[in-house]
Design a protein around this ligand. Structure first.
Ligand SMILES: Nc1nc2c(ncn2[C@@H]2O[C@H](COP(=O)(O)OP(=O)(O)OP(=O)(O)O)[C@@H](O)[C@H]2O)c(=O)[nH]1
Ligand SMILES: [Mg+2]
Length: 223
């Protein structure tokens, strides 16, 4: 008896999340803010990549960021070095962000004053995949040190994402990273997925990614 009930409760939670995510998406659309979420395993380089993104975009765009972790304000403090508005969401024991957490964290912020809002999810390759946050673009990161087969092992998160970013490319040679094998893993779970290859440490590959982001604003003009 207990198993079907558990499934039912989980379905209800997901449904509530989808309703709120839809409302968030509408708020974002009306305000003309383009929202990008970042998902990956712990330590793939989300915060390092996002800090660089916030810094590099700011001369031209108004940017802000939310960042989720189970505990600590560490990532918010790092991102705040970019001088962009940043808020930390601490989830306690929850291994993903939910739409309601995003909605609450946005209190006091004027979405109309933003061009881009970034949401760094909790480091986890499983839980975040089921939760829509109302974002326009979901970006899955994978570092060269994790192994080329991660997309094959965690297909759901790669399937729920729009683009992939291979990070820490400055370490690729040291770990004998096989770009072809990684691409083939990504393409076999998500055919046609656009993939960027970057190093947030050296800046390599960042220009191409930032140009891609700029194009999103042109292709999704304010209403
Ligand atoms: N060599 C190298 N190291 C990097 C790069 N990006 C991140 N790192 C290092 O990788 C480690 C983890 O980076 P974070 O940016 O904290 O990773 P994260 O995905 O935000 O981690 P969580 O939020 O804990 O999931 C840190 O020691 C970074 O300095 C990179 O491009 N090159
Ligand atoms: Mg982080």
């Amino acid at each position: 008896m207990s198993e079907p009930r558990l499934v039912e409760v989980r379905r209800n939670v997901l449904k509530q999340n989808d309703v709120l995510a839809r409302s968030l998406r509408e708020q974002f659309r009306l305000a003309g803010v383009f929202v990008v979420s970042l998902v990956s395993s712990p330590g793939s380089g989300k915060t390092t990549f996002l800090e660089r993104t916030l810094t590099d975009l700011q001369p031209r765009y108004r940017v802000a960021a939310l960042v989720g972790d189970l505990a600590t304000e560490n990532d918010a403090l790092r991102l705040a070095r970019s001088k962009a508005p940043v808020k930390q969401i601490t989830t306690g024991t929850v291994c993903h962000l939910e739409a309601t957490m995003v909605q609450n964290a946005l209190a006091g912020w004027d979405l109309n004053q933003m061009d881009f809002l970034f949401i760094e999810n909790v480091g986890n390759l499983v839980c975040p995949s089921s939760y829509d946050l109302g974002e326009n673009l979901r970006l899955v990161l994978m570092s060269v040190t994790e192994g080329e087969d991660k997309p094959l092992k965690y297909p759901t998160i790669f399937n729920s994402a729009d683009i992939a970013v291979i990070t820490k490319n400055d370490l690729a040679e040291a770990v004998e990273f096989d770009w072809k094998a990684a691409q083939s893993s990504i393409q076999s779970v998500r055919p046609g997925m656009r993939t960027f290859r970057v190093s947030a440490k050296t800046g390599e590959g960042m220009q191409e990614y930032l140009a891609f982001l700029s194009r999103q604003l042109v292709e999704n003009p304010r209403v």
